[in-house]
Design a protein around this ligand. Structure first.
Ligand code: GMZ
Ligand code: MG
Ligand code: ZN
Length: 180
């Protein structure tokens, strides 16, 4: 199956150092929703793996997060695409959970959901090192975007083999070109 795993904040929607706390603050990055729709239309299965420590920090509640994901899903569907699975880590940095990136728990859940032993060769798109690291632990292929925290992430050392693109739309252009 053609599966891709996307980080949310900074890849699909604009990120904020003050967290994305309300439905109004959830603003798609130009071209990202259309890029997801292009993947769906080309037969790709799209999963989203996102840390949402704002829940544990009391910055927003689960129903607000659900509203954000309903909005994200609706906007993608309006473009003719779909997001097939969204998994999130609700914990804070000190919870010691297995699902907060860079831990691989979310990626393991995605693999199991689709009946896969691992994510070998599955593109993993993120704006932070922790996104890439978590995906690599399941064998994913890392793609960094310059949106969100991507430019900051570029200042550090990237996992070997990481391909860098301006945004999700450029990653999708590359993937669809490659699979023609
Ligand atoms: O990029 P994804 O995983 O979709 O979501 C990231 C968000 O949950 C937030 O993660 C926080 O990191 P800490 O959780 O405080 O370390 C900060 O980086 C925020 O700026 C950011 O909005
Ligand atoms: Mg992010
Ligand atoms: Zn967690």
């Amino acid at each position: 199956m053609k599966l891709i795993v996307l980080d949310r904040d900074g890849v699909i929607n604009e990120d904020s150092d003050a967290y994305v706390k309300t439905l109004e603050e959830w603003i798609p990055i130009p071209g990202s929703l259309q890029a997801i729709a292009r993947l769906s239309q080309a037969g790709w299965t799209v999963a989203v793996a996102t840390n949402q420590s704002g829940l544990a920090r009391g910055m927003f509640d689960a129903s607000t997060l659900d509203d954000m994901h309903f909005k994200m899903q609706q906007l993608v569907m309006e473009q003719g695409g779909r997001i097939d699975l969204i998994v999130h880590c609700p914990h804070g940095p000190d919870a010691g959970c297995e699902c907060r990136k860079p831990k691989p728990g979310l990626f393991r859940t995605i693999a199991e959901h689709f009946g896969l032993a691992d994510l070998k060769g599955v593109p993993v798109v993120g704006d932070s090192h922790r996104d890439l690291h978590a995906g690599l632990m399941l064998g994913g292929t890392p793609y960094l975007v310059r949106t969100g925290k991507g430019l900051r992430t570029l200042e550090g050392t990237l996992p070997s083999g990481t391909q860098v693109f301006d945004d999700l739309a450029a990653v999708v252009d590359h993937l669809l070109e490659k699979s023609r």
